[in-house]
Design a protein around this ligand. Structure first.
Ligand code: PEP
Length: 251
């Protein structure tokens, strides 16, 4: 019922030339694949990516947006501008935005609203630190992030969302949550959605896993019933690796 999404977050990597080269390599091998595929390049590579992935099934995403449509916000970009640049998705609340740039749940909530207004599909990232995982606080942290970002949203708004569970300790570290651990947490998140927005929405919303997803672990992760895709950093930078993720074995 939920079509999987394999999404690449390129972070601060790949200039325009490298973006075009990646697209050429990926599209050479990419067929009519089962999952939805999304790439989020840096802002200055969006136009190149739009051209390179035109007439292909690869959709574009942005790695961030601001909560306002315009004005005196030096260095920011609006959701409308990203839509105009060809994006369908925007990643919001990534742990690097929260930790390095000090974004809190209130700002993330405003950004989600701005994205929805611009008809961008938000991918909301949530996840706990190692300290919280080890002290048994994972669910408390996730609940707070979900509540802070999504409280007072309507079920109709939530339907347009994708969630990404990204344990911070697994991002870029080579450590992955075991498939069972990830499944347990995804089930908790889906249950939270059920309690706040109802079963229909909870069953519709995709929950991606992110945190050192690689060709060697993607199949076991994707075999879990509540894992609906992957948000991938490192392994999305090499077209061969990314293609292998897109072609995960469906068990
Ligand atoms: C990410 O940045 O969202 C991520 C999951 O990175 P990596 O795959 O490199 O852990």
């Amino acid at each position: 019922m939920r079509r999987p999404l394999i999404a690449g977050n390129w972070k601060l990597n790949k200039n325009q030339e490298e973006t075009a080269a990646f697209a050429r390599e990926l599209l050479f091998d990419l067929g009519d694949e089962f999952p939805e595929v999304m790439i989020a390049p840096v802002f200055t590579s969006l136009a190149e990516a739009k051209q390179a992935f035109a007439n292909s099934p690869v959709r574009l995403g942005a790695q961030n947006c601001y909560a306002e449509t315009g004005g005196a916000f030096t260095g920011e970009i609006s959701a409308e501008m990203l839509k105009e640049a060809g994006c369908d998705y925007v990643i919001l609340g990534h742990s690097e935005r929260r930790e390095i740039f000090g974004e809190d749940d209130t700002l993330i909530r405003r950004k989600i609203l701005a994205a929805l207004q611009a008809r961008l599909l938000p991918i909301l990232c949530i996840g706990e630190s190692l300290e919280h995982r080890e002290s048994g606080q994972t669910e408390v942290v996730l609940q707070k992030q979900l509540q802070g970002a999504l409280a007072e949203f309507t079920p109709e708004q939530v339907e347009h969302l994708t969630l990404a569970y990204e344990p911070i300790w697994a991002i870029g570290t080579g450590k992955t949550a075991t498939p069972e651990m990830a499944q347990e947490t995804h089930a908790f998140i889906r249950n939270w959605l059920d309690q706040h927005f109802g079963d229909i929405e909870a069953q519709k919303v995709r929950i991606l896993y992110g945190g050192s997803v690689k060709p060697g672990n993607v199949d076991a992760l994707m075999a879990q019933p509540d894992i609906d895709g992957a948000l991938v950093g490192g392994a999305s930078l090499q077209s061969k690796d990314f293609l292998r993720l897109i072609r995960f074995e469906q068990g």
